[in-house]
Ligand binder design. Structure first.
Ligand SMILES: Nc1nc2c(ncn2[C@@H]2O[C@H](COP(=O)(O)OP(=O)(O)OP(=O)(O)O)[C@@H](O)[C@H]2O)c(=O)[nH]1
Ligand SMILES: [Mg+2]
Length: 566
């Protein structure tokens, strides 16, 4: 016995664990009924295994008047159950025990208070035989009692009679749904004494055909008569075999697991989760104003280059104009309000046009800062337009659709939902990475300082030339004798300094502008790349990662389901 327990244990154990795991993973994805059904099976199995496995609980089930109680009495060798002409007779299940010692907790669990020792020969040692009420009863309580015990017993003995063996109530409600339990089922055609001998074979054959149609091929069918005792010896022998094997309990639990697992779904190969992110990144970049920022990076670079390296005489004019990049509050990182939720907010945003494009944050300053608005490090990049938001929504939907393509219905819905699950956070997260990623775009190249120094040197030379010439002009005006004037060739030095300084200053300014133009483009390209990567990462975190998690959950579910069905 101990050996048997060990032999059955592990595989049942692991299948039960797998069923529970599958149910847990299916929580919220599959119909609650299937999930709780699997849990109930696991729970029930857990309890049954702790109760006596030396006893086999067999239930006589069937329609009213089929002769369950008569058969019960005949097998037990005593009139334990009332056999009546008024239908239905049996209203509560009772048990006959063959060597019932130790079966108490099992019968307590089955909730059967009426227990009688059987008086027939003890060849059925270990059998607990239940006489059930009728399954097709006009009494609801009878049907409920039958349904309850059909779920729990180790062995099902269906008792039919020649009149009602084809009843749809039996085949549709019990036999067909229990096809997985054919290993723990017997069918007894009772009252064969009421048939002419020649008809018995035909009747059994017809019953056999019906059972085959129910998916119960291989289930033993016995023709008996509780009244005459015909066929009872074979029935006893069959019961004796099953009781001696002491395996019906585990076969039944295994069938329960198979059925519960089937209700959770067919274990299919989980599709490789390929989430397409290109379009999503592109849509997010557009909505986050990346092209605008990239353009501003190039322009801002040129702007600052002119301020830093332009001709000192004219560069102040440029200073009066705002820096295009700082206008977007990039690089400045001052707390500026930007209404959150500019990108689509899950399914809720569908159909709501939201703020018109560019309506907020166009100008620097706390324009969008309302009471309670989130104000930490927001950029002033204009809000996403309706078209851009729709594009992001579409891209998110496409990611969900593509990932859900090969999944069964409820799981596909869960994957689609996962794609949308964090879209509320997208606007904020994208804005934050845009602010941090492009913050470095305002760094000044070292050569600007050198050129600036040179500009001031040249400017000083020009100024010196101007002052010198001014001095000479003054002395001439006052008719004072002219001091000696050094020359370069024929051109006097102060003129060389003034004109040369001015020309050199303008030339340096133009050359620097040329270099800044190229530098600006280069910086814009680098920023674009960095922004695309950073925004792509946000899309990955908030859209693709939840999808991958759900696909992974489905993969683990199918894997658990495969183990549960093994
Ligand atoms: N001829 C004949 N009559 C039988 C046989 N078995 C039972 N009967 C009769 O059929 C009637 C119903 O028998 P029960 O044993 O009470 O039937 P049951 O299936 O327990 O019915 P419920 O308790 O109402 O569900 C009784 O009158 C029995 O005498 C049989 O093998 N042959
Ligand atoms: Mg009865």
């Amino acid at each position: 016995m101990k050996l048997l327990r060990r032999k059955e244990g592990p595989s049942l154990d692991s299948r039960l664990a797998a069923l529970l795991e599958a149910a847990e993973l299916a929580e919220g994805r599959l119909p609650e009924e299937a999930v709780s059904g699997a849990r109930t099976v696991a729970e029930r199995a857990g309890v049954r295994r702790t109760l006596s496995i030396d006893h086999t609980v067999a239930a006589l089930a069937g329609a009213t008047g089929s002769g369950k109680s008569s058969l019960y009495n005949a097998l037990a060798g005593a009139d334990l159950a009332a056999v009546g002409v008024v239908r239905p007779t049996t209203s509560a299940a009772q048990a006959a025990l063959w060597d019932g010692e130790g079966s108490g907790p099992l019968l307590d669990w089955l909730d059967i208070p009426q227990r009688h020792p059987a008086t027939s020969a003890s060849d059925l040692s270990g059998l607990v035989l239940l006489d059930l009420p009728d399954h097709d009863s006009i009494q609801v309580s009878h049907r409920l009692e039958v349904d309850r015990l059909v779920q729990l017993v180790d062995l099902l003995v269906w008792v039919v009679d020649p009149q009602k063996y084809a009843d749809a109530a039996l085949h549709d409600r019990y036999l067909r749904p229990l096809a997985a339990h054919r290993g723990v089922m017997l069918v007894v055609l009772n009252q064969v004494d009421r048939l002419p001998e020649s008809a018995v074979g035909r009747c059994v054959q017809d019953l056999r055909r019906l059972l085959d149609e129910d998916g119960l091929a291989g289930v033993p069918v016995l023709a008996v008569s509780a009244r005459t005792g015909a066929g009872l010896a074979q029935l006893r022998a069959l019961l004796n075999d099953r009781v001696a094997e002491r395996r019906s309990w585990s076969t039944r639990l295994a069938a329960d697991i198979t059925t519960a697992a089937a209700r959770l779904g067919a274990p299919e190969e989980a599709p490789a989760g390929q989430a397409m992110d290109r379009t999503l990144t592109a849509a997010l970049c557009e909505a986050a104003g990346v092209p605008l920022i990239v353009e501003a990076v190039a322009k801002g670079h040129r702007h600052r280059a002119v301020v830093a390296t332009g001709w000192p005489v004219t560069r102040w004019i440029r200073k009066l104009r705002p820096d295009p990049l700082r206008r977007l509050r990039i690089g400045a990182m001052a707390p500026v309000g930007r209404p959150v939720g500019q990108l689509p907010a899950g399914g809720a945003s569908a159909g709501s046009p939201g703020a018109p494009a560019g309506s907020s944050g166009e100008a620097p300053g706390p324009s969008g800062q309302g009471p309670g608005a989130e104000v930490v490090g927001r950029t002033s990049v204009p809000a996403a337009s309706a078209v851009q938001r729709v594009r992001v929504e579409t891209a998110i939907r496409d990611v969900g659709e593509a990932a859900a393509a090969d999944l069964p219905g409820p799981w596909a819905a869960a994957v689609r939902q996962a794609a949308r699950s964090r879209s509320q956070e997208l606007a904020d997260a994208v804005d934050r990475v845009v602010a941090t990623t492009s913050a470095g775009a305002t760094r000044r190249p070292k050569w600007w300082r050198a050129v600036n120094f040179l500009q001031w040197l040249v400017f000083a030379a020009m100024l010196a030339g101007a002052l010198w010439l001014g001095g000479l002009f003054g002395m001439d005006y006052l008719r004072l004798p002219q001091p000696p004037l050094p020359t370069v060739g024929v051109v006097p030095w102060p003129t060389v300094l003034l004109v040369g300084g001015a020309l050199a200053g303008v030339l340096i300014a133009w050359l620097s502008r040329l270099a800044a133009w190229a530098g600006g483009r280069r910086r814009a390209r680098r920023t674009a790349r960095a922004l695309r990567t950073a925004v792509g990462r946000v899309g990955d975190d908030l859209v693709l990662a939840p999808v991958r998690a759900e696909l992974d959950r489905y993969a683990r579910f199918t894997e658990a389901l495969t183990r549960a069905r093994a």
